[in-house]
Design a protein around this ligand. Sequence first.
Ligand code: GLC
Ligand code: GLC
Length: 814
Amino acid sequence: MKFGYFDDLNREYVITRPDTPLPWINYLGCESYFGIISNTAGGYSFYRDARLRRLTRYRYNSVPLDCGGRYVYLRDDESKEFWSPSWQPTRHELEDYTCRHGMGYSVVGSSFRGIEAHTRYFVPLNESLEIWQLTVTNRRTTRATVSAFGSIEFCLWDAQDDSNNFQRNFSIGEVEIEDGVIYHKTEYRERRDHFAFFACSRSGAGFDTQREAFLGHNRGWDKPATVEAGQLTNSVAHGWSPIGAHQVRLDLAPGETQQIVFVLGYHENPNDQKFDPPGSQTINKKSVKPVIARYLDSKAADVAFDRLREYWNSVLGIFQVDTPDIHTNRMVNIWNAYQCMATFNMSRSASFFESGVGRGLGFRDSNQDLLGFVHMAPARARERILDLAATQLASGGAYHQYQPLTKRGNNDIGGGFNDDPHWLIVGVSAFLKETGDWSILDEPVPNDNEPGSEVPLYDHLLRSFRYTLERLGPHRLPLIGRADWNDCLNLNCFSSTPGQSFQTTTSKDGKVAESVFIAGLFVHAGRELAAIASHRGRSCEAAACLDEVAKMEQAVLQHGWDGDWFLRAYDDFGDKVGSRECKEGKIFIESNGFCVLAGIGLEDGKAARALAATREHLATPHGLVLLQPAYSKYYLNLGEISSYPPGYKENASIFCHVNPWVMISETRLGNGDEAHDYYTRINPSAREEISDVHRCEPYVYAQMIAGRDAPTFGEAKNSWLTGTAAWNYFAITQWILGVRTTFDGLQIAPVIPASWPGFTARRNFRGVVYEISIERKGVGNRIALTVDGNPIEGNIVSPPTDNRKQVLIKGILG
Ligand code: GLC
Ligand code: GLC
């Protein structure tokens, strides 16, 4: 069952009924001001940091589920009936309800008794504000007098404090109203230099700023007393819960359309110019007023919207493909790329499933995210890499997360995840391959943001590599530390206290538990590092690095092979995890996927056997599960992984992030059919028809889909902010379609399904547009290339040496 359809031409998903299984959201904003918005206008906004600069209030996990939003109400001033064109919060039965989620904007609306209304929500480029353009059309044959209301609820900036510190917060709320604009200035009197504003292009009919005055005593957002009565009360909030609400009266002739613009935004003043006049407590509005005035004009808003569309056209235009598979095309050309930008901006902080309070930017997560967005935002990728590396510790270890506002490592979430440092190598390597900007390696980067401790970024990479060499276990495999990529495989934790965090609780400095997954990652990252070193003319370092890689490969083949697949780990007692000897958790995806991806066992057949076992034991129609059999009870020596009921999360769900490792591995063995088959199983667009089962948005990946051990097999959760986005994008574009960035040029090495007659692609790479067309002439993966008509040796196309900006690549595959 579907709840909408893809409009690929407009790059939109059109939701045609409001009762989606879960709120289906979109993101507004692409630089510093952001919001999430659901298909019924729920959601909230923030400036840079979803916890520390939250503008509007959202009630996570509330009832109804999606509570708090950018709500518009309409009231027929003759019949006195009122409703919300976005369905929530009044939930009237509407006609022609649609929500168009597009690239950085959403348009939500409907018709109700002949009054058509749509609101277009978006954040203009380079501004810290959002625009709501409300268009109301009278489709009746008679005149209509209608009141329109726009409303939001202010959050008192710190989203965590806002939801628990009521003894203070009920007394600090403050607002100002000037020229019909509502200014929210809670805590501005003391240390804040920022305030929020909510303006309307046609103020005058009334406003409210105190929630209770607007809603009425003991009422909810579904039935505000003022909207019911048709008149706002011009309340001025002192303490309690400041809101912003504006009323506009419309008189519409039959067929007439009118537009109202609401602007919600954030503004900072220099510390010594906060007040006007100086010494007063009144906000200095000199610099904000022109901004507000500008965007309240619908023409200026239209221009800003067009610029936003152009921005996305150019970003997505960097890579476009045309394959025989519509789901591949749609995800690569539109939604997967778009999701990669969302994960770049948000890391794992703010979604419908991430409250924006708990999590900053993950070290490993952000480095992996680079794989998916580096071609779309190389300058920002560069900055992100340097920020991440600056939080690295002198040991080479990393804070697991850092806060985007301060760019400091976040001690609350701990460290000692022994895979973390390697992802920096993976991220930097992806950046170098994309941009060819080797200067980044010379950038001075401190340890733990300590001034004076700067060393070139390149040295940070060496440290990352050494970190593992200094932490090898009894089998010369990497010690796992607190955990590896799988946060929940806590082999040194032994937690028996209810509620204790597996991530931060004191974990013993174990010298026994080893990770085969980190070994695979080490081999992969080590090879990348060696290539980087030799490019820099450091051939000794490169050779030393490859030497360690070879030793690690041997250790894996010797101690990390279980007979038919790669072991997952050794626990603190030296017992195997992910082995046929285990009662549960006999086989895991991570070590098999990553070891083969790293090229281990390609020569002696172990790679092929590992992938066959993976298929046999882990493949389901909804994707590959993380492990089998699922853990049926809590194991003290394994930790959080066994805390989840079978089939969920790390305990044998289809953890989508790791599926692409197997896709890439299949391509390494030349198995295009298998790789694309796995790709399709979790491709959200290919799952659109079963939206009632899948339940999350059909246009973006979710972190997990419940595994076969769960009663809800096939149900997705935790959509949007997941490493799944980057890895699937990377797998399909670079390994299956095989349009791959390398240090020396663009490699063309498709491993596509046998039935595909070929495909075409356009890739903008280092300022040159490559028009690629691949034609299949046989069933194999061998490729013969011509570049601008001339045959070339091998499959790497070097950048043109003249000024050509357009290059034609033809490939014959077979
Ligand atoms: C989540 C985390 C990621 C981790 C994964 C597996 O996706 O964000 O860091 O690797 O779970 O536990
Ligand atoms: C990762 C895992 C999750 C775990 C969390 C801890 O996100 O996916 O299962 O609970 O890390 O922060």
